[in-house]
Design a protein around this ligand. Sequence first.
Ligand SMILES: Nc1ncnc2c1ncn2[C@@H]1O[C@H](COP(=O)(O)OP(=O)(O)OP(=O)(O)O)[C@@H](O)[C@H]1O
Length: 250
Amino acid sequence: MNALLSVAGLRKSYGPIEVLKGIDFDVAPGEKIALIGPSGSGKSTCLRCMNFLEKPSAGEIRLDGERIGVRNGHVMSDRQLAPQRAEMGMVFQLFNLWPHLSVTENVAIAARKVRGLPAAEARELALEMLAKVHMTHRADASPLELSGGQQQRVAIARALAQKPKLMLFDEPTSALDPELVQEVLKVMEELAAEGRTMLIVTHEIAFARDIADRVLFLDGGTIVEAGPARQVITAPREARTQAFLNKIRH
Ligand SMILES: Nc1ncnc2c1ncn2[C@@H]1O[C@H](COP(=O)(O)OP(=O)(O)OP(=O)(O)O)[C@@H](O)[C@H]1O
């Protein structure tokens, strides 16, 4: 099967420091991939390169065969990038909802601005997406009245309202109080079960083991080990993966 997302020779430097040192992987349609690894290994940078929130220093990213971020040898402007970014719904560590808009409006605005839907249709789609993340009961609330877990679920609905081909999650539960983590992971698990294509940067190793098809273990800006989630997490082959997993288990 053709890859939905294809990453080849991805490199990223900040000044003299090379943070990504040649990353290659493919994501098949419907596949869930978890990116794990120590702090500073380059996971978030890698994810942010997918939609050119970070500009890669080298390499190619393709979505459905289309080169992301570069046209005729030139890096595209934010305006040119917008339709490509719309195909990748991104969920950040911090949810960044508009405090002056209701929950529904926060989600509908994505459908209106990104997909150009008329207001009534955007609202309908927003309510549909809020149902998916079990937030219908707070549709008219202000984000300020919500817990962090609820806000993150609204942020997931907002990303879904773009109707993306691929969902990108950048440590979506790291900013949450521990008791709020599970409700967000449950929603992600439900999205996974729907057959969505997902690329997830996470420190939740048990979650990665249970919902990902494959795990990529990043260390020092390279993929040190990649394989079926259960194998990489329960029986890692590489010493660096073993050391990382041992460390976080203790
Ligand atoms: N804008 C930037 N300018 C300079 N260095 C940066 C920038 N963004 C990230 N880095 C550096 O790149 C390296 C990789 O960062 P990145 O956030 O991708 O790691 P990570 O694996 O996601 O870590 P964590 O799990 O702690 O979020 C780190 O050393 C970080 O300090």
